[in-house]
Design a protein around this ligand. Structure first.
Ligand SMILES: Cc1cc2nc3c(=O)[nH]c(=O)nc-3n(C[C@H](O)[C@H](O)[C@H](O)COP(=O)(O)OP(=O)(O)OC[C@H]3O[C@@H](n4cnc5c(N)ncnc54)[C@H](O)[C@@H]3O)c2cc1C
Ligand code: SF4
Ligand code: SF4
Length: 1022
């Protein structure tokens, strides 16, 4: 890419980036392939898209349109300019209920559209498993479809018209209807006629190659659909994989939501029985029959978010090899309930498989669907370098052919000693088969090719479709001649020439063109599109770490590289809900996603980052075919852009289906750097907030005054980058541990010395006469001890009212969370060892079994997770004794509701709970609402929030302040909405937040002063 070419593209006014960070971020999608583009552009309007595409083509550079990059076949990557439609084009307009249509920008995400349509009783039919991030542009271009294909068909069946941008910059609307000005379509009338002619000439060939009965799509352009509706070029564009034009917006058909749904689950002893049963169920006309097998549901083991589903399916107590999920819909509105119920009862009466389970409760049905939808990622999340690889995973046959087709596939795998999962859309004759291969191994790469070749032949034998869902991309282009035959392939080429005569759009995909017309100096130019070219670099050149990792990655992979390579690009972290990933939710920027961060760490370790930051990149040196390291793998502007914005919130740990743990990966990378280069002053200070607390509490008034002064704050911002715009936590006039000693004198070592207890309690509070439940340890964390002793006091009151004898741990040190977050792992490990030794050696009554109660979730998660990550001896035993305060109390009250008596409340009060992200990453926070609702007159809602954006010290850093506010916006909106809609009156709502930084963020940004659950309970005790 020359500077003249770059200038030309920049002059269009469209946001276009050519820096190395962007290029690396867009080098991969969800496939096994990797191609570095020259840059990426982010058009906001059709005009901008037109200008940028035209200028790029004019500069001799190819264009690859892109949505969320969840495609599995490598068609969302390319050597030229990536035009990302997902960032800005998210507008939904023109809803016409009578016409049953809606207009969407290409970047609208399927879940976003369905959320918009739901209140109107409508939805979009095709249901891809990636609905949380897949864009409508990507769905149309891939002609995607999902489980309900038998009733809804594919995405192309739901397109009314498309606003497209051609390579010469023309903006054209195509479609069947006269819903757009004819002049916008007229300009492609010539192309339409040309295509019609050639398609008609080859109708016999199509009939021969593609006999009826296939439910999903055929590979390549939709010529068979176009033959049926020759006025409508959307049929050609649907499934064209960005090789003909860019889609800017679309008018879509919408479907009424089903009035009634029901699920029949059938459990089998073998896959073969399940396949046979599928054929036997087709007469019931189910909306979907989905198959899941043991490798898939085994992937849910030990995963918090799937535990309820595992229990529902009774996978432990009643094992099976495979399950059919049979769904029935009825939207006829007449006698609907009985229609679904009738079909479910017929299904049950057929007595298929080992057992049957019927579900009609929406929450339970969703639980089962969530397992199915996470299928791919659950499989690829397995431990070790061998993973189920997606390359033959969307071949389809007619449903009745399934049993024989599966036997054929098994006979390909068996001689090679390969195992595979066979899950997916049984009712549509499509199984996502993913052989388990180690793509780093030459032997397995040979098997990879062998299986691909044989499967292509098998599919031909069944006259099926080799790419019935995900597109042709890089993964199947090589087989298109076999699949289509020379004549149909030539028809496709003709169509390409008609639309895109200069081969600007996504070259090398669908056709064996093999070369792109990209800048001559692009290193990958000329590499043909075969299944084993363009593989991700870490497959062909194993990652070498320039440091010795120190963390255990205990939850799963037991290795840094193993966890990093878990990221398969599926894009789950681009969703707009849940707790992963708050920085992406706030910005829609790829580098702010877990995927972006994992990709950049990989790029750093592969030597693909620049020495002098993004602008310093000059291309990669090739020495004897081996790329030489350009940048420092531990230190570069790109790495900093990716890692420094990660909140270490742990949202990805449970929600990434492959359990990529960015908080740990980031900590390791930082630690390696600090070990080599020394710990900077700011990180040193922030690692030691406990010491700061101790110092601050020596002269709290003076310290608070000093820290409140504007001058001091400006100086702090200049010296160590702590934002002057942030309030700082106040130091308490009396430390909690001092209060505790004065009022309770019940530290662990004194626990048996009952004489030492003081009967005087503040506020007239009297301890119970009988501590009949024995002692518990309350962990007086840094924040409670030095800044918020009232929370500790409240917790003591609650625990004592429950009958516990509360003790603190003398000589405890900071849990190490602040040091861990800074990557100061040596310091964190020292603190951890001290605390674990201390707790292990206490000879308190009850010995080592004393429960340890935590008020601050980030300290609790340090004990229950990260001490193990730091490989601290006995950490596991101590972890088993650690409880979050709320959970401890909630569990006790669940068993003994009368254990606490609360005052009657005349006024009804609305409790809004924002759980800490570290707590949510380990526990389902729903119990917090149940706990709060034990208080008379309280109605509680757990807010649908992720990290608050404060994330320890993150939100206090001058350069992160703005991002912190952006991340907080979701929480603020939730509080606002709930206050307005639920209670109607702000005075009646109370916000509960268990994390100190969350309380700080909410106090800073709203008029609310959130409290800890301990305070809420203590105040209500009768
Ligand atoms: C875990 C997982 C599960 C999946 N499940 C399904 C499934 O159930 N059903 C299914 O069909 N697919 C599935 N897929 C594949 C993929 O999610 C879908 O194909 C999805 O529709 C792609 O959308 P996207 O926005 O990510 O598109 P991208 O991946 O960004 O792009 C896909 C193709 O569309 C082109 N494109 C994107 N936007 C435009 C545009 N505006 N104009 C022109 N061309 C464009 C690209 O060039 C590329 O060729 C799955 C993928 C994963 C990782
Ligand atoms: S981080 Fe996880 S969810 Fe995100 S792309 Fe990687 S594997 Fe998928
Ligand atoms: S730790 Fe939080 S911010 Fe960082 S990548 Fe994971 S989800 Fe995103």
């Amino acid at each position: 890419m020359t500077s003249a070419q770059e200038k030309k593209i920049r002059q269009t006014g469209c946001d276009a980036r050519f820096d190395n960070l962007t290029r690396q971020l867009y080098s991969t999608d969800a496939s096994i392939y990797q191609i570095r583009p020259v840059g990426a552009a982010f058009p906001k309007t059709a005009e901008q898209a037109s200008l940028v595409i035209h200028a790029t083509a004019d500069a001799g550079i190819s264009v690859t349109p892109r949505g969320a990059g969840t495609s599995l076949v490598g068609n969302a990557i390319g050597e030229g300019l990536i035009v990302d439609f997902s960032r800005h084009n998210r507008q939904i307009t023109g809803l016409e209920l009578e016409k049953r249509s809606v207009r969407v920008g290409a970047g609208v995400v399927l879940d976003q559209l369905n959320d918009f349509l739901k209140p109107h009783g409508f939805g979009f039919g095709p249901d891809v498993a990636t609905s949380s991030r897949a864009t409508l542009g990507g769905m149309i271009a891939n002609n995607s479809s999902g489980a309900r294909c038998p009733i809804y068909g594919t995405t192309a069946d739901h397109v009314i018209s498309l606003e497209i941008v051609l390579a010469d910059g023309r903006i054209v609307t195509v479609g069947e209807a006269d819903s757009f000005p004819s002049n916008r379509a007229a300009s492609v009338e010539h192309e339409r006629q040309q295509i019609l002619k050639i398609v008609r000439e080859h109708s016999a060939e199509m009939a021969e190659r593609w006999p009826p009965g296939l439910i999903k799509r055929w590979p390549g352009y939709g010529i068979e659909r176009f033959l049926r509706a020759p006025n409508d070029l959307t049929n050609i564009l649907g499934g064209s994989e960005g090789t003909l034009a860019a889609i800017f917006s679309a008018e879509l058909k919408i479907s009424p939501l089903p009035h009634e749904k029901g699920l029949g689950l059938i459990f089998f002893a073998s896959i073969a029985e399940a396949m046979q049963a599928t054929v036997e169920l087709l007469d019931l006309k189910p909306a979907a029959i989905e198959h899941i097998d043991r490798p898939l549901f085994n992937g849910t083991k030990g995963q918090l978010q799937f535990q309820a589903a595992r229990d529902l399916l009774e996978l432990e107590s009643k094992p099976c090899e495979s399950i059919l999920i049979v769904e029935f819909y009825d939207d006829s509105r007449n006698d609907v309930a009985s229609a679904v119920a009738e079909k479910l009862s017929i299904l049950q009466s057929r007595k298929l498989g080992l057992r049957t389970k019927i579900l009609t409760d929406p929450a339970q049905m969703n639980m089962v669907w969530s397992v199915r939808k996470s299928g791919l990622s659950l499989l690829t999340g397995c431990i070790g370098p061998a993973k189920p690889v997606a390359f033959i995973e969307d071949a389809a046959v007619r449903p009745a052919q399934l049993p024989e087709y599966v036997r054929g596939l098994q006979s390909i795998m068996k001689p090679l000693g390969l195992t595979a999962s066979y899950y997916g859309h049984a009712a549509s004759g499509l199984l996502h088969v993913r052989p388990v291969l180690d793509m780093h191994s030459a032997a397995d790469l040979k098997k990879f090719r062998h299986v691909a070749d044989e499967t292509s032949a098998l599919v031909r034998q069944f006259k099926g479709s080799l790419s019935a869902e995900h597109g042709v991309g890089i993964a199947r282009t090589e087989y298109m001649r076999d699949q289509l035959g020379n004549q149909l392939l030539e028809v496709m080429r003709e169509i390409k020439r008609a639309f895109d005569p200069k081969n600007v759009f996504n070259p090398g995909k669908i056709f064996e063109v093999g070369t792109s017309r990209c800048d001559v100096r692009t290193p990958q130019r000329g590499v043909p599109t075969t299944i084993d070219n363009h593989l991700r670099e870490n497959f062909t050149r194993p990652l070498e770490l320039p440091f010795q990792p120190v963390l255990a990655f205990a939850f799963k992979d037991r290795s840094f590289t193993g966890n990093l390579e878990q990221c398969n690009g599926c894009g789950g972290c681009l969703k707009q809900s849940g707790i992963m990933c708050p920085t992406f939710i706030a910005t829609h920027d790829e580098v702010m996603s877990t995927r972006g961060r994992a990709n950049i760490i990989r790029a750093a370790l592969e030597g693909r980052l620049s020495r002098n930051g993004p602008e310093g990149f000059r291309g990669r040196n090739m020495t004897a075919g081996k790329p030489s390291l350009l940048g420092d793998p531990l230190k570069s502007a790109e790495l900093d852009a990716a890692l420094s914005n990660c909140l270490s919130c742990k949202g990805c740990t449970p929600e990434c289906p492959s359990n990529v743990n960015l908080a740990l990966l980031k900590a390791e990378m930082l630690h390696a750097r600090w070990r080599r280069d020394g710990l900077p002053l700011r990180e040193r200070i922030l690692s030691n907030v406990d010491l700061l607390g101790k110092l601050g509490c020596l002269l709290p008034r003076l310290t608070n005054q000093l820290l409140g002064s504007k001058l001091a704050r400006i100086a702090m911002e200049k010296a160590i980058g702590i934002s002057a715009r942030r309030s700082l936590p106040h130091y308490a006039s009396e430390r909690f541990d001092k209060w505790f000693r004065r009022h309770c004198t019940a530290s662990v070592s004194d626990a048996t010395n009952k004489e030492g207890r003081s009967p005087d309690r503040p506020g007239g509070y009297k301890p119970p006469l009988l501590w009949n439940r024995g002692p518990v340890i309350l962990w007086d964390d840094t924040f409670v001890r030095y800044h918020e002793p009232h929370i500790g006091i409240a917790a003591v009151k609650v625990l004592e009212a429950l009958g516990f004898e509360v003790a603190l741990v003398k000589h405890r040190r900071c849990c190490g969370r602040p040091a861990f977050s800074q990557g100061n792992l040596d310091a964190a490990a020292k603190l951890a060892k001290h605390n674990i030794d201390l707790l292990s050696s206490r000879g308190a009554p009850g010995g080592h079994a004393l429960p340890i109660i935590f008020l601050e979730p980030s300290c609790w998660s340090m004990f229950v997770e990260d001490y193990r990550e730091l490989k601290i001896e006995n950490a596991e035993n101590i972890a088993a004794r650690c409880f979050l305060f709320e959970k401890f109390v909630a569990d006790l009250l669940a068993k003994e509701p009368e254990a606490l008596r609360f005052k009657d409340e005349s006024r009804s009060r609305e409790i809004l709970i924002h759980p800490h992200c570290h707590a949510k990453s380990i526990l389902n926070p729903a119990f917090m609402a149940t706990l709060a609702e034990r208080l008379p007159g309280r109605k509680a809602t757990v807010l649908d929030t992720a990290c608050c954006g404060m994330a320890g010290a993150f939100g206090a850093l001058a350069e992160k302040y703005d991002l912190s506010l952006l991340v907080a916006q979701r929480l603020l909106d939730q509080i606002d909405n709930q206050r307005r809609t639920v209670s109607g009156s702000a005075a009646d709502t109370e916000v509960i937040a268990s994390g100190t930084s969350c309380r700080h963020q909410i106090s800073d940004l709203t008029d609310k002063h959130p409290t800890h659950m301990a305070e809420l309970l203590a105040e209500a005790i009768a």
